[in-house]
Design a protein around this ligand. Structure first.
Ligand SMILES: Cc1ncc(C[n+]2csc(CCOP(=O)(O)OP(=O)(O)O)c2C)c(N)n1
Ligand SMILES: [Mg+2]
Length: 394
């Protein structure tokens, strides 16, 4: 069954919710209502919204530490998520976890983990349990490009493939791990290749185009559920904010940021909805009109002294757990080839990259790199000299 018009509007609403929730969280962090770390997902909304769309309530989800988007999509409890950021008892994890440790046993949302790649072995365990108990569920595991260079990634890929576990691995390649560009951290820039060598089916998707993501998600979720085997998807995306709130992101150029903003998932999707007559300007504006609500006109109602946090906006209505949906209608042509080309060929700061890349990948480095002289073992002469010089000091 193709996505209905209402489905498409709901997806838009959800992505707007994610963005506004985080803009609000940033404000509240800056106003010192929220402590600890805060890693914003702004820019990557299409990945969380798209991949969680076709899954069932019985399926499991594991996120990394940039997991507000997945938690909002899965748990539909923005107030409890915000309360968790505030460290309130009514928060999703009882106020003890904060932004990086959102958890819901009922919704089968198993974190939120602060350790890079830490969710991967957990997904492996969940996949194993599903298989052992012969459940019909599957496990979705979201992680960043940085996790690919962790040993846990390779051990998990190997065993997931070897034991044929029902896990959909979703690598959110947002181009950076902290301030390090993917090209400076991974010898192979096409990250899906890193999983391919474990005999696993791999896919890549334009993570800025939500309909492409939904279509990919539907295909992969069905395949994992049917064939009881893992699939790895690299979703190419971009985060607009720094690594965390504390990061001003000086390692990126304005040109690079502007380029990606032109492919903003919300803007692109809005254009699609309008161009195809799925929604009017007024309808979409009505979804967006909560902007003033979310940015100051109505206070985030933190009742000091009690443990109640309310975000007074009907915008934050509960999202129903959708049944599985099919997408058989053609999706608009994504920007994937363009984005991938940008992502894999362009260099954000050539002078920075020049330091890190091997020569064959590095157009700016022509001459043989000069080696820094190693100290090496000291010759007996040198050692004697030093000893004799130090003698008068005794
Ligand atoms: C095992 C481990 N090593 C290092 C860190 C420090 N660290 C926190 S976030 C991060 C970068 C991870 O980048 P990525 O996986 O691409 O996720 P993104 O921040 O882009 O969402 C690092 C190295 C950590 N938390 N855990
Ligand atoms: Mg990253």
């Amino acid at each position: 069954m193709p996505l209905t018009r209402q489905d498409k509007i709901d997806i838009f609403r959800e992505m707007v919710l994610m963005r506004k929730f985080e803009e609000r969280a940033q404000e509240m962090y800056e106003a010192r209502h929220i402590g600890g770390f805060l890693h914003l997902y702004i820019g990557q909304e299409a990945v969380a919204s798209g991949f969680t769309w076709p899954i069932e309530p019985r399926d499991y989800i594991i996120g990394a530490y940039r997991e507000h988007g997945q938690a909002l999509a899965r748990c539909a409890e923005p107030r409890r998520i915000m309360a968790e950021l505030y460290g309130k008892r009514d928060g999703m994890s009882g106020g003890k976890g904060g932004s990086m440790h959102l958890f819901s046993k009922e919704r089968r949302f198993l974190g939120g983990t602060a350790i890079v790649g830490g969710g991967l072995p957990i997904a492996l365990g969940v996949g194993f349990a599903i298989d052992y108990r012969e459940e019909d569920a599957i496990c979705l595991c979201f992680f960043g490009d940085g996790a690919i260079n962790e040993g846990a990634f390779h051990e998990s890929m190997n065993l997931a493939s070897l034991w044929s576990l029902p896990i959909l691995f979703i690598c959110e390649n947002n181009r950076y791990g902290m301030g390090t560009a993917v090209e400076r951290a991974s010898a192979v820039a096409n990250l899906f290749r890193r999983a391919q060598c474990y005999g696993m089916e791999v896919e890549t998707v334009d993570g800025m185009d939500v309909l492409s993501v939904v279509e990919m998600a539907e295909r992969c979720v069905n395949a994992v559920r049917r064939d009881r085997r893992p699939i790895f998807v690299e979703a190419v995306t971009y985060r607009y904010r720094g690594h965390s709130i504390a990061d001003p992101g000086h390692y990126r150029t304005k040109e690079e940021m502007d380029l990606w903003r032109q492919h903003d998932s919300l803007i692109g999707y809005r254009d699609y909805l309008l161009a195809n007559g799925h929604a009017s300007d007024a309808e979409l504006d009505a979804i967006n009109e909560h902007e003033p609500t979310m940015s100051g006109n109505v206070e985030l109602d933190v009742q000091v002294g009690s443990n109640v946090v309310a975000v007074p906006s009907s915008h934050f209505s509960e999202r129903p757990q959708h049944p599985r949906r099919s997408v058989h209608e053609p999706v608009p042509v994504g920007v994937l080839p363009y984005v991938l080309q940008q992502a894999h060929n362009s260099v954000s700061r050539p002078e920075l990259l020049a330091r890190g890349l091997p020569r064959e990948h590095n157009p700016t480095r022509h001459s043989k790199p000069t080696r820094r002289a190693r100290p090496g073992p000291r010759s007996p002469t040198v050692r004697r000299e030093r000893l004799s010089r130090s003698q008068p000091l005794r």
